[in-house]
Design a protein around this ligand. Structure first.
Ligand SMILES: Cc1ncc(COP(=O)(O)O)c(C=O)c1O
Length: 399
């Protein structure tokens, strides 16, 4: 199916996010609560405003290469994963080229490809299948015009993990049609010590984007990067020349310090997410008005409202309960909504309590027939049902 091909000049989702994430009980953010500067061991002498960082600040290049287990000439620094994705797409797509993007997907991936004039086609990751990525579905949609296959790992909005075997099959599909695979790994570090190595190691056709923004609560540093084979990395650096001269050097220095202390920052994040996941799963266990999958890792879940309108739920939450969720319409699945669990535990607990109240309120309301879900899953996680039925590995099925 060919989607909209006209050039877009804005992102409806990003605009919504920037104007709706201010609720007191924020269940909409996908990242960890901000890590405070005061907790980083920084002295003023460690900082400088201007430095030698025209094609990368060497200490940061080395620190990122070391973190990812790659050579520094494969690392291209970028302003967050956002710019990393933009550069990766702009370097690999010409107007009219075909790009395959997962469905549901982080909306910026689609709007960026459309802005670049690419023709966007989608491959489905279905809720019923635990949002598992099915390479056969990608192969079905791929054509000789495909230049890029785009996915997130962990998946935004479901946190589903894509196994290496699946990634390798995507690499093979890409090679056969002369395309590359772009893997946005901004949520992968949420697996902490259990995180698999970056997909970059799977072959030259892989391009990986990432940043310190989500799992480490360091969004303010805008420390992002692209991993690409050296020739493409050079092309990316040259393309980046079109967007500016040099990054904010103080942020590069702070990023180096954060990377030196990443284990401690990760330990805090891990503790918070483990506690919050228990809270979220207990909340889901108490509900019969949602179809859901328990969260075993990651920062976001994407439950489905069995009856009623998610738009109405979101509006009610915002107006009456000062609480935000992300409506599923931004992921092309309007009966779902996304909950993020990266905020302080007390805030999450109160946000979930308010979500429960709002769900009760809308249940008491009449709702239009058209907003009923066609069929309803059992309360049990589709991932778990599938695990029993098909013996999939625990990791891939749980998201
Ligand atoms: C999949 C994905 N990629 C990229 C981003 C943006 O990341 P950054 O803040 O590092 O630019 C987001 C933000 O939500 C995201 O979900």
């Amino acid at each position: 199916m060919i989607e909209q091909t006209e050039r877009v000049m804005s992102s409806a989702y990003m605009h919504w996010a920037k104007t709706h994430l201010q609720a007191r009980f924020n269940l909409a953010s996908s990242g960890l609560e901000p890590f405070p500067l005061a907790k980083l061991p920084v002295k003023i002498d460690n900082l400088e405003l201007t430095g030698p960082s025209l094609y990368g600040y060497e200490p940061l290049q080395k620190a990122l290469a070391n973190k990812c287990g790659v050579s520094p000439n494969c690392v291209v620094a970028a302003t967050g994963t956002s710019m990393a994705n933009h550069l990766a797409m702009a370097a690999t797509l010409k107007p009219g080229d075909e790009v395959l993007i997962e469905q549901p997907a982080y909306e910026l991936l689609i709007s960026t490809a459309q802005y670049l004039g690419a023709e966007v086609k989608r491959f489905t990751r279905s809720f019923e299948n635990g949002f598992r990525l099915d390479p056969n579905e990608v192969a079905r949609v791929a054509s000789t015009r495909t230049r890029l296959i785009v996915l997130t790992n962990l998946h935004n909005p479901s946190s589903a993990l894509v196994q290496n075997e699946t990634l390798k099959r995507l690499g093979k599909i890409a090679r056969e049609v002369g395309a590359r695979v772009l893997v946005d790994e901004v949520y992968l570090d949420a697996l902490f010590d259990d995180a698999p190595p970056t997909a970059f190691h799977l072959g030259e056709e892989f391009i990986v984007t990432n940043s310190l923004t989500k799992i480490y609560g360091l969004s303010g540093l805008r420390c992002g990067w692209i991993l690409a084979e050296p020739a493409l990395a050079k092309k990316l650096w040259r393309l980046n020349d079109l967007f500016g001269v040099n990054p904010a050097h103080a942020a590069e220095r702070l990023s180096c310090i954060a990377l030196e202390h990443l284990d401690e920052i990760a330990a805090n994040a891990r503790r918070l997410l483990e506690t919050n996941r228990r809270l979220l799963n207990a909340f889901f266990n108490s509900r019969d008005d949602l179809d859901w999958m328990s969260l075993e890792f990651g920062t976001v879940v994407f439950p489905r409202l069995k009856k009623g309108s998610v738009e109405a739920l979101s509006a009610l939450l915002s107006k009456k309960y000062d609480t935000s969720i992300v409506p599923g319409k931004f992921f092309g699945m309007p009966q779902h909504f996304r909950i993020g669990i990266g905020n302080e535990t007390a805030m999450l607990a109160e946000g979930l309590a308010r979500l429960g109240k709002a769900l009760f309120d809308i249940k008491a309301r009449p709702y239009p027939r058209s907003s009923r879900v066609g069929h309803s899953l059992s309360h049990r996680s589709p991932a778990k049902r599938e695990r029993r039925g098909q013996g999939r590995s625990r990791r891939e099925s749980s998201r």
